[in-house]
Design a protein around this ligand. Structure first.
Ligand SMILES: Nc1ncnc2c1ncn2[C@@H]1O[C@H](COP(=O)(O)OP(=O)(O)O)[C@@H](O)[C@H]1O
Ligand SMILES: [Mg+2]
Length: 353
């Protein structure tokens, strides 16, 4: 068991181990209790949020034996032949129990013909068949299919929930890691447990050293709050030099500028939301420590709503240019100049009036 990768080892084996996705869990467990399980579900949502996990739990709760749980990866089996095979196989009764569960992962990748064949099956499924279609891109699933399934939208997971699970794993696995470092991993995972758990897997290489925030920055290119905070301070000033110097320093330290600008945009977004309405701060409370929250609120005072929106737009386009730029730091430097000189203009316009 110990050589299993973390995300497999800690995949929930029962409903009460599932974190978040309450709406899905509640509806499904009720349906099972009442014997009203539907014949076809669509689970959509970002990767690593529990679609496969919950599909398997559904099968397990229905007393479905391993042989009666059929998982098909539509990313590698896109065609009509696979679906025909499935339609043949579906006729046979389950080996044990009452149901056969078919999980079709990344279902949006099926070809048009394969979708049509699947549709026929969904129109008149045998009583023992239950389909769980999973996808990260629900908008690519044809309307005809959507109208025949019960659709659940899986949500990105809250950073605070990811932290809880990471803490459980680090305790169980005796991984020594600073709480700050755990927070950074959870933030960086973008709402995906799987990403968080894979990162922890990578970090496990230091088995006797305590993992600290800097290790994670180095290994994953994750960007610490402190760096974006400093940059934001520079941006709210009127002097480009300090900001440009700071970019130089980041480059020297080996900071991944792509990740840095992503983090900066995320940070500026928080400022913008606070400018829209202070109560929106609640939305981000889980991503930040109380201290960090205070910092963001304070920094927001130096921006107007328009200004914050504009700065975000400038950095978003800079971020897209980084890959193509001959000098990786150039797009960010240009963005800084644009932000600060546009402010200079506003100032001088004011003086001229
Ligand atoms: N809601 C959740 N609660 C607890 N662990 C989760 C949850 N979602 C994902 N995980 C963890 O992430 C891993 C990948 O989840 P998975 O169900 O395969 O994601 P998906 O199919 O949505 O891409 C699981 O093995 C599990 O360890
Ligand atoms: Mg999956």
């Amino acid at each position: 068991m110990s050589n299993l990768v973390l995300y497999r080892k800690y995949r929930p084996q029962s409903w009460d181990e599932v974190i978040g996705q309450e709406h899905v869990v509640r509806t499904l467990t009720n349906a099972i209790k009442l014997g009203r399980v539907s014949h076809a579900y669509l689970f959509s949502g970002p990767r690593g949020t529990g679609k496969t996990t919950i599909a398997r739990l559904l099968a397990k709760s229905l007393g479905c034996a391993d042989l009666d749980l059929i998982e098909i990866d539509a990313a590698s089996n896109r065609g009509i032949d696979e679906i025909r095979q499935l339609r043949e196989g579906i006729k046979f009764s389950p080996m044990a129990g009452k149901y056969k569960v078919f999980i079709i992962d990344e279902v949006h990748q099926l070809t048009k013909e394969a979708f049509n064949a699947l549709l026929k099956t969904l129109e008149e499924p045998p009583a023992h068949a239950i389909f769980v279609l999973a996808t990260t891109e629900a908008h690519k699933v044809p309307e005809t299919i959507l109208s025949r399934v019960q659709h659940f939208n899986f949500k990105r997971l809250a950073v605070s929930d990811i932290i809880k699970k990471l803490e459980r794993i680090t305790t169980a696995e005796k991984i020594k890691i600073d709480p700050d470092a755990v927070r950074l991993v959870a933030n960086f995972a973008g709402g995906s447990y799987r990403d968080a758990e894979s990162m922890l897997e990578q970090l496990r290489v230091w088995n006797d050293k305590t993992i600290i925030k800097q290790d994670i920055e180095e290994l994953l290119g994750a960007v610490d709050f402190e760096k974006v905070k400093i940059m934001t301070d520079h941006l709210s000033g009127v002097e480009a030099k300090q900001a440009i110097d700071y970019i130089g320093k980041l480059c020297e330290e080996g900071t991944d500028l792509q990740e840095f600008s992503k983090a900066l945009i995320n940070h500026l977004r928080k400022i913008m939301l606070i400018k829209v309405d202070a109560s929106l701060a609640n939305l981000m409370a889980q991503e930040l420590t109380p201290d960090q929250m205070e910092t963001v609120k304070k920094q927001a005072e130096a921006f107007s709503l328009d200004n914050a929106a504009k700065v975000i737009r400038i950095f978003m386009s800079a971020q897209q240019d980084i890959k193509r730029s001959p000098i990786p730091s150039l797009p960010i430097e240009l963005a800084v100049v644009e932000v600060i000189s546009s402010k200079g203009q506003i100032e001088s316009n004011k003086q001229n009036v």
